[in-house]
Design a protein around this ligand. Structure first.
Ligand SMILES: [Zn+2]
Length: 148
């Protein structure tokens, strides 16, 4: 089992209300198993979700990116902002680090069981301001991490 506490870390989720900035957002009455960026777990059968374009704040200028994310339509909450979401970290993930100017510092594929150590190592580098966690297969943004 993963230990998921990294001291001095803050998780940043995506709010369902962010979907309203995308006029092309799609409503799905049920899309079980998709990674929800609001409460950082997989969706259940019968949970309505939004699918929309989202730009994480850590990338700036040419490093700003837009990609697809899912959130609940009505999120019941439950995301812990000081511990890593185990349900979204049971596969290898890309950890992409950014400096304060919003430029990519580095990216690496991290295996389950190594997230805590990798995040601690990245934040030991003072030039790294934030980390994006992304899927390996699709490259999609899951959530961001900063120092608390
Ligand atoms: Zn949610």
């Amino acid at each position: 089992m993963l230990t998921t506490i990294v001291k001095g870390m803050r998780i940043h989720t995506v709010s369902p209300s962010d979907s309203f900035s995308d006029a092309g957002r799609e409503y799905r009455a049920s899309e079980p198993g998709v990674p929800l960026r609001c409460c950082l777990r997989k969706s259940l059968e019968g949970e309505p979700v939004w699918l929309f374009r989202y730009s994480p704040s850590s990338g700036k200028g040419p490093y700003s990116e837009i990609g697809p994310v899912f959130t609940h339509v009505d999120c019941p909450g439950g995301a812990s902002l000081d511990r890593l979401p185990v349900e979204l970290l049971n596969n290898p993930r890309i950890l992409r680090s950014y400096n304060a100017a919003g430029q990519i510092h580095d990216g690496e594929v991290v295996e389950p069981g190594s997230f805590d150590r990798t995040i601690v190592d990245l934040f030991n580098n003072p030039s790294i301001e934030s980390i994006q966690v992304r899927s390996v297969s699709h490259g999609c943004f899951f959530f961001a991490i900063t120092r608390a």
